[in-house]
Design a protein around this ligand. Structure first.
Ligand SMILES: [Zn+2]
Length: 563
């Protein structure tokens, strides 16, 4: 990047001299403080220092389980399995006193997001919650490799500062947001690496074949999936987010090899207008911590360029619509062990060290801004209700055709703790009729007002004409359901039920009582692949009818009807 000047190049030159050392050591990455000898270092457990080669996901899991076993500062939770059956882990790291009252802390946090009772919250004496997530793109693994160092530091460092940090903070550390992608990439890069090391960018080691490690098993980009949350990885972490209401969520990535290091704020003209200005002010304040720590190590960086904060389906933006602060980190990628770049030699250990530094600066920021961040979370939800009261739109109604799109939209909304009601009296609006018992109502007067706005609004004007990627995602349109905003003059509160959802089956029956020779099933609809899969798994014979492509015939004893 030419505009990042000769001056930065000079910086790199001095840094590169250090990084060309053959193998890094622990003190290259972490502060030289006293460490508890009962906690194994990553190198003692792996048999090599972090950065010497790419760790596999299995190694990452093994080390984290070991930390959980030996440290009373860590509770490890497996929150799900990836499509390829890999465990997805979240470490809750805090001091032992907090470990014994996690449920009480969680309850107090839920209170912060409920404006009816949040006035009684004791924000000054509440810990902050810091959700740290690494390498959602599996081939950007400096983050996941750094997570072992960060976890080790938090488990083993013996300083008054770390004691204070653990007293004031609950750290939710997810060492790998994309287990299957990480495993695919680490296998590739380790197997393509030359024993003598080639730094030429055209070397095989730096050029993975499609589908690469970025995606998960089904080639989903998990960093676009935070809203629709269709993959198990996303579903699991959205649930953790909703359970804890973290003050901050970090999202550690890599970018092109010729870039340096980026952290948010992003491009100011591309912040989603639903995000309050205070969010960006706090993001900038936290950026000061990264800048200070990276500068101490002569690491060149940039901010307010290239990346934006617009699409809420990204990990660094999803929190911004919910009283939290999302932070994107982007490290220039060595991709393999060491690669020549426009800025000189970029090594894997160097990229891991930068992610470690950014993690340590985040820890410090959250601990020092604890009260401010908790106040912001409380005020965010309070002001959400005030803004909702001023909004001419009182809610959104969408049809329940009792088929997959409507029901899936409903389940997406409920994943994000959005309040939804059944419609009990017919609603006519904008030339559409939503029948009683056959539609759902999403009120704007609810704590999740801003997220509701972000998901239902059809935004057609923008401050900037350029985007990092996604600029529109109106969910009811995406699911293809009949829907409408309802304004104050069109709204009759009697037409909707109390919060909570009752569902009716599309087919009107739940249990098929009488044994039959066979069943005929209409084969048109989104659910058919699911139904077919379940029948076949249950060992029931199913036939497609060749003359009638719109039906299936199923039954244990049935013979194909054309026999
Ligand atoms: Zn990425």
């Amino acid at each position: 990047m030419a505009r990042r000047s000769t001056l930065l190049f000079c910086f790199l030159f001095s840094v590169v001299a250090v990084f060309s050392q053959p193998d890094p050591t622990l003190d290259y990455y972490l502060p030289a403080v006293s460490y508890n000898p009962a906690i194994p270092t990553p190198a003692s457990w792996l048999g090599f220092e972090i950065g010497v080669r790419h760790i596999s996901h299995d190694q990452l899991v093994g080390y984290m389980r070991e930390l959980d076993r030996v440290s009373d500062r860590i509770t490890l939770r497996e929150y799900g399995r990836s499509n390829e059956g890999r465990p997805m882990l979240c470490l809750t790291i805090t001091d032992p006193a907090n470990q014994s009252r996690l449920e009480a802390i969680k309850t107090a946090r839920a209170q912060l997001t409920n404006p009816a009772i949040s006035g009684n919250s004791d924000v000054k004496n509440m810990p902050a919650v810091n959700y740290m997530g690494y390498s959602i793109h599996g081939n950007e693994t400096s983050g996941s490799n750094a997570s072992l160092l960060v976890a080790y530091y938090l488990a083993a460092a013996q300083t008054p500062e770390v004691d204070q940090l653990l007293k004031n903070t609950i750290i939710l550390l997810d060492p790998c947001f994309n287990p299957d992608g990480m495993q695919r990439f680490s296998s590739w890069v380790n197997s393509r690496r030359s024993l003598h090391g080639s730094t030429d960018p055209v070397a095989d080691e730096f050029n993975e074949p499609w589908p690469r490690g970025r995606y998960n098993h089904y080639w989903f980009d998990l960093n676009r999936d935070w809203i629709v949350a269709q993959q198990p990885e996303s579903g699991g972490r959205v649930a953790i987010f909703q359970e804890w209401h973290p003050n901050l969520l970090t999202d550690h990535h890599e970018m092109g090899s010729n870039s340096t290091f980026f952290f948010q704020p992003g491009v100011p003209s591309r912040v989603n207008p639903v995000t309050p200005d205070r969010n960006q002010e706090l993001t900038a304040k936290i950026a000061g911590y990264h800048a200070r720590l990276l500068s101490k190590k002569n690491v060149p960086f940039f901010t307010k360029e290239s990346f934006d904060d617009f699409y809420y389906g990204k990990g660094s933006t999803y929190p911004d619509a919910q009283g939290s602060i999302g932070i994107l980190f982007e490290q220039g990628s060595s991709r393999g062990s060491a690669q020549e770049t426009e800025n000189g030699l970029l090594t894997f250990p160097y990229s891991i060290r930068n992610q470690t530094i950014a993690s340590l600066s985040t820890l410090q920021a959250v601990q020092e801004l604890r009260v401010e961040l908790n106040e912001y979370l409380r005020d965010f939800y309070k002001s959400a209700l005030e803004e909702a009261a001023k909004d001419e739109v009182k809610g959104y109604v969408f049809a329940d055709n009792r088929d997959l799109p409507g029901r899936e939209l409903l389940s997406v909304l409920m994943r994000h703790s959005i309040e939804v009601h059944n419609v009990r009296e017919e609603i006519r609006v904008n030339g559409k009729t939503f029948a009683a018992g056959n539609a759902f109502w999403v009120p704007t007067a609810q704590a999740q007002y801003r997220l509701v706005k972000a998901l239902f609004e059809r935004r057609t004007t923008f401050r900037d004409s350029i985007f990092y990627d996604i600029s529109a995602w109106t969910l009811p349109d995406a699911f293809g359901v009949e829907w409408s905003p309802v304004k104050a003059k069109e709204y009759n509160p009697r037409s909707v039920n109390e919060p909570g959802i009752g569902l009716t089956s599309r087919y009107g029956v739940f249990v098929i009582g009488a044994p039959a020779y066979a069943y005929v099933i209409g084969a048109v609809g989104y659910e058919i692949p699911q139904v077919l899969n379940k029948l076949l798994k249950a060992g029931i014979r199913v036939y497609a009818h060749f003359q009638r492509s719109d039906i299936l015939i199923a039954g244990h004893h049935v013979r194909a009807p054309w026999h």
